[in-house]
Design a protein around this ligand. Structure first.
Ligand code: SF4
Length: 100
C-alpha cells in the first residue's frame, strides 16, 4: 500500500452486537464517539473516526473485553472523484403497481 493509498482511507467504528456484552468500557474511553443506550449497549454518535481521535479509538478497541468493537478502514474517494452538484445519476421512479 502506498502512502497516498493509506491517506485515502477513513477509519470507521463498528460494533458486533452479537458479541457485545454491554460493558460500556468503550463509551468511557471514547465518549466523543460512543454513547450508551438505556441498557448499557453502545450507540455510535458517528462511525467515522476523526484523525485526532484515532489513538483513543484504537485504545477503546483494544480494551473491549470481547473484541466486539472494531475499527475498519474504508476507502475514501479522491476529491476529484466526489460527485458534484448536478452530476448525480437521475433517480428512477418507483412504481408499486402492476406494470403496463
Ligand atoms: S466495550 Fe465492547 S463489550 Fe463493552 S459495550 Fe463496548 S463494544 Fe460492548
Amino acid at each position: 500500500m502506498t502512502h497516498a493509498q493509506a491517506e485515502a482511507q477513513a477509519h470507521v467504528l463498528a460494533v458486533d452486537f452479537a458479541a457485545c456484552d454491554g460493558h460500556g468500557l468503550c463509551a468511557e474511553l471514547l465518549p466523543e464517539l460512543v454513547g450508551l443506550d438505556e441498557w448499557g449497549y453502545p450507540v455510535l454518535r458517528r462511525p467515522t473516526v476523526p484523525p485526532d481521535l484515532l489513538p483513543h479509538a484504537r485504545r477503546a478497541v483494544a480494551a473491549c473485553p470481547v473484541m466486539a468493537l472494531r475499527l475498519n478502514r474504508v476507502p475514501t474517494p479522491a476529491p476529484d472523484q466526489l460527485p458534484t452538484r448536478g452530476t448525480a445519476a437521475p433517480r428512477r421512479a418507483v412504481s408499486h403497481g402492476q406494470p403496463g
